[in-house]
Design a protein around this ligand. Sequence first.
Ligand code: ZN
Length: 270
Amino acid sequence: MSREALSHEQRDQVKKIADALYQRGPGMAFTGAGISTESGIPDYRGPNGLWSRQNPTYFRDFLADPAVRLRYWERRRARYPVLAAAEPNEGHRALARLQRAGFLDVIVTQNVDGLHQKAGSPPDRVIELHGTAHLIRCLSCEARWPAESFDPGPPGTIPSCPWCGGLVKEATVAFGEPVPRKLLEQALALAEATPVMLVVGTSLAVVPAAHVPRRAARSGAFVAIINDEPTPLDREAHIVVRGQAGVTLAYLAALLTGDQLEAEQQLPIR
Ligand SMILES: [Zn+2]
């Protein structure tokens, strides 16, 4: 993906977000697939996403049908190495930098790629609402293994739990599988209390995750949205930046944690 320059209008909008974080922060961030596409991770739900081209796996089918489990594990064997090798981009790094500088507290993410933590965000300050692809879990005994130490066996086989024989899958929330209640309640409580909500790279189409930024809006937070397409929350947002996550967040972080000159010099002026 090529890096776009920010227009004068976009820069003015980002400056207003910086002002809000400076005056009212620390805020929180809510992120989706759009922040990771620049790291080469496909947007599973976007128009070019893998799920648009291949049938998604529904949780009830995974439980009921060995053929679905076989297909799931064939895909996982093919996809996971791409995800494991992905590197965080300037957007992830900018959010980590804002956390270190005290302008952002928690990041709530719908992504399962672990790139916020890989970029330096403290693991206890990242809430992964949809779980993580870097862990495998047993659906029966809840045993968990790091993905790199779990051997799924050769292609054409379906792995099972070595302790209890139960079904295993990656520790992500599949279609039709509930978001862990405690995690969701924690994210909603933080959203209710946050003075600034920064929404990045998500079209807010997936519930209940999308309730998190909405809760912040309803509770009076300053809401800023950085996304390349419209979202249902745009009308309630104070600032909407239509653009790439990476360059926009890099500019925001430079404004707040560098000096103005560094921020201006970083970017070509369009
Ligand atoms: Zn088990």
